[in-house]
Write a protein that binds this ligand. Structure first.
Ligand code: HEC
Ligand code: HEC
Ligand code: HEC
Ligand code: HEC
Ligand code: HEC
Ligand code: HEC
Length: 506
């Protein structure tokens, strides 16, 4: 038998599979390291680079290592089966031998460097896959509506994961698993347009919203002014000042308990059954008071049969049953035009601008480009035809209006994803969709005659209503609702959205 130390043994790694694997690992490391370095020192890297650096390259490197090991395994099996081939013995480590000492120290240093690199990539990869950049920009076509609306929302600085994942390892893992499915559905175009809501497995709000907001600490009412502009020739302004009884409170904290958050949320657990997946129609409601009192309400308009009720699983109301659009708010054309007048982005001196803006915004478009072109053409055409005397002197103003209306379109309506105020109605309030009136319509009754209130005063008090010029002279005082135009019926006995669809065609 030849002396082991005298002979050069052929390593198990000397086979084509292992060599190819090691080559892949080497190339991905050599390419990845400088890229990672640049990504760490620059703030505004591109999200695709992130995917490449923190998923594709480490994945390739790991795959290379796997190939090398698999190659070595097959090589050993091959040599075991062919008797002519000698097997390398296990190395004898002799720390007295200076060259072996050097090799050993070298190997440990190498392993240490690899471990440090691994922890940096996995830490950066973890942060990256949780970043707003990753969630909002990677599948930019798909997430465009959500990401655009999010950037214009009160939560523009709150990370997507603060609401969609929340703290804790369990939900982190769940989100990555569902994320893997989402990557598949985006790659193979399996997703819905619009993305379906309500999100079925949204984490319960106490573990997300309530990490930042503390309803027990809310109290009092909020004075809010709603500025409207009518769809008439003058775009006549009309303001409504209200006190919205937000409430909340906790006697222990010294706050007087009352208001919307208190009655609806803190003092009662409310459960409901919806008859459609979007939860727009709610036939059955149950309230369980903190004192144990249970009241069941059934809609007299569209009741459930006892069998339907027995089969359904009631959902417990939490923040997102009212605040379903805290971050992705797709304003209706009516509301966005009003906001643009109010903030000076549109000039109300152009006749019928509100009406024409709503009409152009709610056209039936296939793509954003088509809509922007239709707005650019439609508005000047309207003025040229209806107000020829105005069209020329006001050309600059009309041009500005075109740009503002185009900006509204791009920020709130997304034809490619079929996403707008109709696909995702806002449940706060009740003007353009049923919202609170899904239950508070005066038609949900209990067996002993209790009704879920539709009294306008339960949720807000009107303080002043009218043209802004008159409003300035008025004394603020509680008063009944005044509908700005006479429509020949008592609108307070109807659901507002029977007429107010959010756009023209009232
Ligand atoms: C303040 C909390 C919050 C933040 C921040 C947030 N979301 Fe949402 N998101 C929600 C809620 C609530 C819903 C609606 C849930 C429902 O109706 O079931 C939602 C719905 C969605 C939907 C479903 C479609 C839709 O338009 O409603 C997508 C997709 C989505 N969010 C993506 C994102 C992305 C991407 C980000 C970051 C750029 C983000 N979200 C940030 C709370 C948030
Ligand atoms: C990471 C902290 C954080 C989380 C999580 C969070 N919010 Fe907020 N939210 C804020 C901050 C900060 C503001 C105030 C923004 C401002 O006034 O500019 C705010 C504002 C609001 C407002 C008032 C909006 C307005 O128009 O003035 C509502 C309503 C709200 N959040 C609801 C929610 C709901 C519902 C959720 C859960 C889906 C949620 N928030 C999750 C931090 C958070
Ligand atoms: C019954 C429906 C309902 C539920 C449930 C509900 N809210 Fe509200 N919340 C409202 C209404 C209505 C307002 C006033 C909104 C407005 O006028 O724009 C409001 C206002 C707010 C505001 C703004 C307060 C201010 O003073 O500006 C925050 C923040 C908020 N809610 C957070 C929450 C959180 C967090 C939860 C869950 C714990 C929650 N809400 C549950 C209906 C609800
Ligand atoms: C799922 C059905 C449902 C929805 C949606 C709903 N509510 Fe309620 N609300 C109830 C029930 C049931 C009660 C009665 C609780 C009880 O038994 O005392 C109630 C009570 C209230 C009260 C107390 C009324 C009183 O007589 O003192 C207020 C205020 C209120 N809700 C506000 C709102 C607002 C604002 C919204 C919309 C943002 C809303 N609710 C949406 C079911 C609902
Ligand atoms: C269950 C609670 C509730 C009841 C009952 C209720 N409202 Fe409201 N209403 C709201 C909330 C919440 C808002 C705030 C919406 C927002 O902040 O955008 C609102 C907003 C309004 C606004 C301002 C909307 C806008 O965009 O200008 C008017 C006007 C209004 N309500 C009229 C009425 C009238 C009239 C009645 C009685 C027939 C009534 N409401 C009953 C909860 C209620
Ligand atoms: C029978 C149909 C009808 C019903 C129901 C109705 N409205 Fe109106 N409303 C109108 C018409 C028509 C106008 C005038 C539209 C215009 O000139 O912009 C109008 C205008 C308004 C305006 C001011 C202009 C705007 O559209 O911004 C407000 C605010 C308003 N209504 C609130 C309400 C509220 C709140 C309810 C529910 C309590 C309600 N309306 C129910 C038909 C109706």
């Amino acid at each position: 038998m030849p002396d082991a130390s005298m002979r050069k043994w052929r390593s198990y790694l000397r086979n084509s599979l292992s060599i190819a694997g090691l080559f892949i690992t080497l190339v991905s490391t050599v390419v990845g390291l400088p890229l990672m370095f640049f990504d760490i020192i620059t703030d505004k890297a591109n999200p695709y680079a992130g995917i490449f650096i923190y998923s594709v390259l480490p994945g390739l490197a790991a795959f290379g290592v796997f190939m090398a090991l698999a190659g070595a395994y097959y090589e050993r099996r091959r040599r075991l089966r062919s008797p002519g081939e000698p097997l390398p013995p296990l190395p004898t480590i002799d720390l007295n031998d200076p060259s072996q000492r050097l090799t050993l120290v070298g190997s440990f240093a190498g392993i240490l460097v690899i471990l440090v690199l691994l922890s940096i990539t996995s830490y950066r990869g973890y942060n990256f896959s949780d970043s707003v950049r990753f969630c909002g920009e990677v599948c930019h076509g798909v997430m465009k509506p959500e990401y655009t609306a999010y950037q214009n929302s009160p939560h523009a600085r709150v990370a997507c994961v603060a609401c969609h994942v929340g703290p804790g390892a369990g939900w982190y893992l769940r989100s990555k698993l569902s994320g893997a499915y989402q990557i598949y559905s985006v790659t193979f175009h399996k997703y819905h347009r619009p993305i379906e809501t309500p999100i079925k497995n949204l984490r319960p709000a106490p573990e997300t919203c309530e990490q930042c907001h503390w309803p027990a600490k809310f109290f009092g009412a909020q004075q809010k002014t709603f500025s409207h502009y009518l769809a008439d020739e003058k775009n006549s302004p009309w303001q409504i000042q209200t006190l919205i009884k937000i409430g909340g409170g906790e006697a222990k904290a010294g706050a007087a308990a009352g208001g919307i958050h208190w009655h609806m949320y803190l003092n009662n657990d409310i459960y409901y059954v919806a008859s459609d997946p979007q939860r727009e129609t709610i036939p059955y409601v149950k309230s369980v008071g903190k004192d144990g009192r249970v009241t069941e309400y059934m809609s007299t308009e569209n009741p459930l049969t006892p069998e339907q009720l027995a089969k359904s699983i009631p959902r417990k109301v939490d923040c997102v049953d009212c605040h379903n659009r805290p971050s992705h708010i797709y304003w209706a054309p009516d509301r966005s035009m009003d906001l643009a007048f109010e903030t000076g982005r549109l000039d109300p001196s152009l006749p019928y601008l509100k009406r024409e803006g709503m009409r152009l915004l709610s056209g039936d478009y296939k793509t954003e480009a088509e809509a922007l072109a239709a707005i650019a053409k439609g508005l000047p055409e309207f003025y040229a035809k209806t107000y020829p005397a105005l069209a020329h002197p006001q050309a600059a103003l009309i041009g500005e209006a075109v740009r503002s209306i185009q900006a509204i379109f791009s920020a709130t309506i997304f034809p490619e994803m079929k996403t707008d105020w109709r696909a995702h109605p806002n449940h706060i309030g009740h003007l353009n969709s049923d919202g609170c009136f899904r239950c508070h319509d005066g038609l949900h009754k209990s067996a002993d005659g209790k009704v879920i209130t539709n009294d306008c005063g339960a949720c807000h008090t009107f303080l002043a209503q009218g043209k802004p010029a008159d409003l300035a002279k008025m004394k603020l005082q509680a008063q009944p609702f005044k509908h700005p135009v006479d429509v020949g019926v008592d609108v307070t006995t109807m659901k507002c959205d029977t007429c107010h669809t959010g756009t023209i065609g009232l």
